[in-house]
Design a protein around this ligand. Structure first.
Ligand code: NDP
Ligand code: 2IT
Length: 448
């Protein structure tokens, strides 16, 4: 069965899962030169095997709200592929979570995790629970209830979750507490734990910082520097604010952040003080518009950040937040680098548009791999029951992001995808990630 036949099968079987189909097609298109050079992948039906998860657990989560009313949510864990190591990937709590969303995230995670060069397979999970407007005790009760179900399916050497949208250090700690309560094990079965009870220093910052380290490597490959560049960031969560913070520390000017309500635009650029204020504001679930009274700038209700002139865009909110028209805006506004902090923030048409216009484009599975990489470092620290320092982890993260960059750029060159200095990071990253997983599958025969 060829890759195109495999896509047809996925489209026929999962017509109701558009996000998953989008993620599969991107990988399929990218790996064609590699696949053609290795007939053994076809013989052992490697791609066909990879698009079907090992298994998906789907469970009900009952919990009680502050009024004592019983609430029912849906929960999932997608164990996609463990060829390279334990299933690894975050948990997302957001009302838009569906099996399609978690399958696309789990599929991407397989190749992202392979790119880190660390021994981790791919998985993802979550719930359609909406944390917005919930009290602290409701969040706690939900996290306990969620883990009461999830704990049946995970363990430290088999499946290790972490955070994602709607799940940060607070939620991870509640879930870890329930896991410990049920199993009496202190093995660090989930990453992103609080520092002091197993969490790694720098895990909180790792995704955003890592994306900016990746960007620095992209710029260096074009003999450019981040200093003085203007940056558009979307989102105002973990990834966005840490990406913005690192850009600012390195001398760039970040002029936007956003959330589901609209965009905050500050022509004078955010400072560390302003970012600290934004972190505190979002942690209390308060509106970004309050910023304008305190620091100036403008609030654009219901708008996205892509209408402003800039050099670099780091979309860091959610999937498909940039469509083709918005990609045109970016190109027209002079953006030369798009670095995906979020997972799949560009639609397929938007990706085509930026690449056709020679905008250097770093796909999420390469650019945002710093988060899961530091999660894997947390797992190894837990195994030896020791902590590394912030500086040690930061240096490891920088090395990993450079390796991912250089590997993707190298594969782009090797397979003839680099055109007159334009590096095809999408093709390169997908080929490197795919090759590592595919070669493990070949070595295993037909198990896995
Ligand atoms: P957070 O929950 O910390 O922040 C998410 C941000 O994106 C919030 O500002 C939120 O706005 C906004 N957002 C979420 N959904 C939507 C939507 N449907 N429309 C508009 N805005 C939205 O999540 P993270 O920062 O952790 O995750 C952001 C992205 O990065 C996701 O794609 C995630 O998969 C990816 N990622 C995260 C990693 C991590 O380590 N956390 C690692 C790698 C990738 P509001 O506050 O209004 O809800
Ligand atoms: O999308 C991602 O890579 C994450 N949400 C982080 C996963 C992890 O296991 O740290």
């Amino acid at each position: 069965m060829s890759i195109s036949q495999a896509i047809e099968t996925v489209e026929a079987n999962y017509a109701h899962q558009p996000e998953f189909i989008q993620a599969v097609k991107e990988v399929a298109i990218s790996i064609k030169p590699l696949y053609d050079a290795h007939p053994e992948y076809e013989t052992l039906k490697v791609f066909e095997r990879l698009v079907e998860p090992d298994r998906i657990f789907n469970f009900r989560v009952n919990w009680e709200n502050d009024k004592g009313e019983v609430q029912v949510n849906r929960g999932w864990r997608v164990q996609f592929n463990n060829a390279l190591g334990p299933y690894k990937g975050g948990l997302r709590f957001h009302p838009t979570v569906t099996e399609s969303v978690l399958k696309f995230l789990g599929f991407e995670q397989i190749f992202k995790n392979a790119l880190t060069g660390l021994p981790i397979g791919g998985g993802k999970g979550g719930s359609d629970f909406d944390p917005k407007g919930k009290s602290e005790s409701e969040i706690r009760r939900f996290c306990y209830a969620f883990m009461r179900e999830l704990h049946h399916y995970i363990s430290k050497d088999m499946d290790v979750p972490a955070g994602d949208i709607g799940v940060g250090g607070r939620e991870v700690s509640y879930m870890y507490a329930m896991y410990k309560n049920l199993t009496r094990e202190s093995t660090g079965v989930i990453t992103g734990k609080g520092v002091g009870f197993g969490g790694s220093l720098m895990r909180t910052e790792a995704t955003g910082y890592g994306a900016v380290y990746f960007l620095e490597n992209m710029l260096a490959a074009q003999d450019e520097d981040i200093k003085g560049k203007t940056v558009l960031v979307s989102g105002a969560g973990n990834v966005s604010l840490h990406a913005a913070e690192k850009c600012i520390a390195l001398g760039a000017k970040v002029i936007t952040v956003s959330d589901s309500r609209g965009t905050l635009h500050d022509t004078s650029g955010f400072t560390q003080e302003k970012i600290d204020w934004l972190k505190a504001q979002k942690a209390q679930n308060k509106p970004l518009v309050d910023y304008v009274d305190k620091f100036g700038g403008e609030w654009l209700d219901g708008k996205k950040p892509w209408q402003f002139k800039a050099d670099i865009a780091i979309p860091s909110a959610t999937q498909n937040e940039i469509n083709e028209d918005e990609a045109k805006q970016l190109v027209n506004n002079g953006v030369k680098y798009v670095v995906e902090g979020a997972n799949m923030p560009l639609t397929a048409e938007a990706i085509d548009h930026v690449r056709e216009h020679r905008v250097h484009y770093a796909p999420g599975k390469a650019a945002n791999a710093g988060g899961v990489a530091v999660s894997a470092l947390e797992m190894s620290q837990n195994s030896v029951r020791q902590y590394n320092t912030f500086e040690q982890v930061d240096q490891q993260l920088k090395n990993i992001m450079k390796d991912i960059h250089d590997g993707a750029a190298g594969a782009s060159e090797e397979y003839g995808q680099t055109d007159n200095g334009y590096i095809d990071y999408m093709a390169g990253a997908n080929m490197v990630g795919f090759k590592r997983v595919a070669d493990a599958l070949l070595a295993y025969g037909i198990l896995n």
